[in-house]
Design a protein around this ligand. Structure first.
Ligand code: ZN
Length: 246
């Protein structure tokens, strides 16, 4: 079974388009770990694509915010402005879709998915100390999560928790060979707003026969998304950060 794992798309259509072209076809399923909308200017295209093509989708904090299900107090001014702008562009059926998205963790056949952590969908898991309690809250060997916009993740082997640090196989690709004695939490990274100092869109491919997770990066026309952000009247900082992956 091959699954395409997407997260934090954040309404960036040009980034999603580049990912889909790069990934090619032949996937048994497409999974989304949340944050379809927010920040960027293409919520309608990205949401409609996810709704049509992703077999399993869980909600992210920005999906909740746009759907009116999150406390705005938890968001900064720029995220709130983008959410208000986004809400005005979605029709009733698109908003209903966002409102009905399930909350993680969601257990699937080969892995479990959640947005932030299995304990709290809005928590950022960026360090070993934050990953440690997560490993006690899922029963499968592999989990995919999002929210931090950082591609990578953590492993647990005989109780030792560490940061995944596989050697890249090329400039675009890093393959994690899943070991039978280990548990994994993998973040595919963000498509629409990477924050790991690499502006290229990030995603992952899971292969159950090869027992691998492949992390990939793909360049996309950042300038085009930035222009659409400015044209839409969204905060210009949202355009600037895309050039740096920050
Ligand atoms: Zn996000």
């Amino acid at each position: 079974m091959r699954a395409l794992i997407l997260s934090d798309l954040h309404a960036n259509w040009y980034a999603l388009e580049a990912v889909l072209k790069d990934a090619g076809s032949g996937f048994d399923q497409i999974i989304c770990c949340g944050d379809i909308v927010g920040y960027n200017p293409h919520p309608v295209q990205v949401l409609d694509w996810v709704r049509t093509n992703c077999k399993t989708v869980i909600r992210g904090n920005h999906d909740k915010l746009v759907a009116g299900l999150a406390d705005p107090e938890w968001f900064n001014e720029i995220a709130l402005a983008a959410a208000v702008w986004t809400r005005q562009r979605l029709d009733a059926s698109q908003l209903a879709y966002l409102s009905a998205l399930p909350q993680g963790p969601l257990v699937l056949e080969h892995f479990v998915i959640w947005h932030g952590s299995p304990l709290d969908e809005d928590e950022y898991v960026t360090a070993v100390s934050e990953a440690r309690p997560c490993f006690q809250h899922f029963d499968m060997a592999l989990a995919f999560f999002g929210h931090t916009h950082l591609q990578g993740g953590f492993f647990s082997r005989y109780g030792r928790i560490g940061v995944l640090d596989p050697v890249p196989t090329s400039e675009k690709e890093t393959v994690i060979e899943l070991q039978p004695d280990s548990l994994y939490m993998v973040n595919p990274g963000s498509i629409g707003q990477p924050r790991d100092d690499d502006p290229r869109a990030a995603y992952a491919i899971f292969d159950s026969e090869q027992k691998t997770v492949t992390l990939r990066r793909v360049a996309y026309p950042v300038q085009q998304t930035a222009e659409d952000i400015r044209r839409a009247g969204l905060p210009s900082m949202l355009a600037q950060r895309l050039f740096y992956g920050a």
